[in-house]
Design a protein around this ligand. Structure first.
Ligand code: PGA
Length: 260
């Protein structure tokens, strides 16, 4: 399973980030059955080179990359720079990027293509806002995000994309946020695979890694594992505390062993 930590613009100081990583490494090292899990930490990019080498259990990613390879784009970090500093993954199209930085589907598409060209795995976030949900537009929104985000990406490259369903209203920082239900997440997981099948073919759709994000914590994570609605999680606030994040991983792994 995948456990992707999205630290967002936290913590404020490098020494706190270092502490968080070393606590997590110690917990993971001392645990049984965690070894095969994919734990991916996406810290603020500026901390990346300071957080040590990835090891077999903890790897690194960034929360965003620039939409061009290089050049006059003040403030941006390119995918090559991120990779050079240890990122193997990049979150793309997080709703906070769309909301606060005006990122549109075309930019997501450019970023996904750059990631794939440089062998950085894109974790492409899709999901509807509360208004879109209320208007019954969830399926349409996800369809257009997938079609647009994957435009002109060939079958071979598409196999290397991770999709994350993250409804905007479920993100813990949203007003009155609550996690989506495991049943609904299962329905969306099936929908995503159906869209991928139509865009590519059924084998790719079946094998694609599809994650869930939005108010995931150590209590509710096992419920999604139990109904097999996800291949893992994108975790925001619950990833900022090593003990909480580790407990989320451990409980999910135990549940996975129970459901087989
Ligand atoms: P949350 O954030 O787990 O705090 O809801 C998830 C995300 O925004 O990626």
């Amino acid at each position: 399973m995948y456990f992707v930590a999205n630290w967002k613009m936290n913590p404020p100081l490098l020494k706190e980030a270092e502490r968080l990583i070393s606590q997590l490494k110690a917990l993971v090292k001392g645990a049984k059955n965690i070894k095969d899990q994919k734990i991916i930490i996406c810290p603020p990019a500026i901390f990346l080179p300071k957080l040590g080498k990835p090891n077999s259990s903890i790897r690194f990613g960034v929360q965003n990359v620039g939409f061009r390879e290089r050049g006059a784009f003040t403030g941006e970090i390119s995918v090559m720079m991120a990779k050079d500093q240890g990122a193997e993954f990049s979150i793309i199209g997080h709703s906070e990027r769309r909301q606060y930085f005006g990122e549109n589907i075309e930019a997501c598409n450019e970023k996904i293509k750059l990631c794939l060209a440089h062998r950085v795995t894109p974790i492409y976030c899709v999901g509807e806002t509360l208004e879109e949900k209320k208007a019954g537009k969830t399926r349409k929104v996800i369809q257009s995000q997938l079609e647009g985000g994957l435009r002109s990406i060939n079958l071979i490259d598409a196999k290397n994309v991770i999709v994350c369903y993250e409804p905007v209203w479920a993100i813990s920082s949203a007003k009155d946020a609550s996690a989506d239900t495991p049943d609904n997440v299962l329905g969306i997981n099936i929908l995503i695979r159906r869209i991928i099948k139509d865009l590519y073919e059924s084998n790719t759709a079946r094998k694609m890694t599809v994650l869930y994000g939005g108010s995931v914590n150590s209590e509710n994570a096992p419920l999604y594992v139990k109904n097999k609605s996800t291949d893992g999680f994108l975790v925001g606030s619950a990833s900022l505390h090593a003990g909480t994040f580790f407990s989320l991983i451990k409980k999910s792994v135990i549940q996975k062993q129970n459901v087989g």
